[in-house]
Design a protein around this ligand. Structure first.
Ligand SMILES: [Zn+2]
Length: 293
C-alpha cells in the first residue's frame, strides 16, 4: 500500500503553543513538500488524551495561519484513527511480535532500554484478555536507513531503543505505533527534528513488520538555548513573536542554513522560500544554538 498522494506533513501534539523549534519543523517540511509540488498535510497527534491541553489544537492552527502556512485537505486527527491502529496491532500480534509486559517502571533499570524481561509472554490474538499490562514489540538488533540531512543511519536498536511499548497499560496506542502507521499510510516525506532519530528507527522497524513503505526522512537540527537545553514549549527563548512573524520566519530560514533573500510580505516569503529551498544546505548538526538577531 503506497499513499494515494505523495505528501509531506507537519504533526504537532496539542500539548501547548507552537514555539521556534516547531516552526523550524513546520517550515522545513512545508518547503520540502512544496518545492517538490507535493501536498503538505497537517496532522494533530492527539492520541494522548491525558496530555492534550484544551485549546492547543486551535491555537496551533491559528499560529500556522498567522505565519502564512496553509495545509492541504482536512486536518488529520490521530484520535479519529483508532481502528487503523488496532488493525496494525492485530497484524503485529498475528505475526508473533507482541508480548505483554507487567514490569513497573520502578522494577526497570533507570535510564536503560527495556531488558526484554517479558519477551516470553507472546500474545497470540488481539482478543486475548490483557489486564493492566502494556504491550511491547520485539525490535530488531540493528536497523539502517537513509536520511536526507543526516546521511545513512546505522542504529543499534537493541542498545538504544529496545522492545518499545506499542500499546499502553491505559489502553492507548503509543505515539511510536500511531506515528509509524500514519506516516507510512499517508506520507512520502517526513521532515522533523533530529531528537526523533531513534524513534524513527523504531517506527521504520514497525513499518517493515507491517509491509508498509517507509517515507523519505530528513531530520533537521534541534534548536537549543544558550544553556544547550532544547527549546521547549516552556522556555521563553522559544516563544513565537506574533507581532513580527516575517522577522521570525527569516530567523528560522537562516537557522536552516538557507540563503537569504529580500522580501516584504509573508506571502512573498513563502513563494520565494519554496523556490530557493535546498535540503542539502540544512546543517547536519544534531543540535544548534538558536541564532540571535
Ligand atoms: Zn516486562
Amino acid at each position: 500500500m503506497i499513499p494515494d498522494t505523495p505528501a509531506g506533513r507537519f504533526a504537532p501534539s496539542p500539548t501547548g503553543d507552537l514555539h521556534f523549534g516547531s516552526l523550524l519543523a513546520a517550515m522545513a517540511s512545508y518547503c520540502e513538500a512544496r518545492s517538490k509540488k507535493l501536498e503538505w498535510q497537517l496532522r494533530i497527534d492527539d492520541i494522548d488524551g491525558p496530555r492534550s491541553v484544551p485549546g492547543a489544537a486551535d491555537s496551533i492552527q491559528k499560529t500556522l495561519i498567522h505565519y502564512g502556512l496553509t495545509w492541504d485537505g482536512p486536518i488529520r486527527w490521530q484520535s479519529a484513527q483508532h481502528l487503523r491502529y488496532r488493525h496494525a496491532l492485530a497484524t503485529l500480534i498475528d505475526d508473533g511480535l507482541v508480548f505483554s509486559c507487567s514490569c513497573s517502571r520502578r522494577s526497570l533499570p533507570p535510564g536503560k532500554v527495556y531488558p526484554g524481561t517479558c519477551r516470553h509472554n507472546r500474545l497470540t490474538s488481539i482478543d486475548e484478555p490483557v489486564v493492566d499490562k502494556a504491550l511491547r514489540i520485539v525490535m530488531p538488533e540493528t536497523l539502517e536507513f537513509d536520511d536526507a540531512v543526516q546521511g545513512t543511519q546505522r542504529v543499534d536498536v537493541a542498545a538504544t531503543v529496545g522492545d518499545i511499548i506499542i500499546w499502553r497499560r491505559d489502553k492507548l496506542v503509543s505515539y511510536t505505533l500511531a506515528c509509524a502507521v500514519d506516516d507510512a499510510t499517508d506520507c512520502t516525506e517526513v521532515v522533523r527534528g533530529a531528537d526523533l532519530l531513534q524513534s524513527t528507527a523504531a517506527q521504520i522497524a514497525i513499518m517493515r513488520y507491517l509491509s508498509l513503505p517507509a517515507p523519505r526522512y530528513a531530520h533537521i537540527p534541534v534548536a537549543v538555548d544558550k544553556n544547550d537545553d532544547k527549546l521547549s514549549k516552556h522556555s521563553k527563548a522559544a516563544t513565537l513573536d506574533s507581532l513580527d512573524p516575517l522577522n521570525t520566519l527569516q530567523r528560522a530560514w537562516h537557522f536552516l542554513g538557507q540563503k537569504g533573500f529580500e522580501t516584504r510580505t509573508i506571502n512573498d516569503f513563502w513563494l520565494q522560500a519554496t523556490d530557493h529551498w535546498q535540503i542539502s544546505q540544512v546543517p547536519a548538526a544534531l543540535r544548534m544554538a538558536e541564532l540571535q538577531t
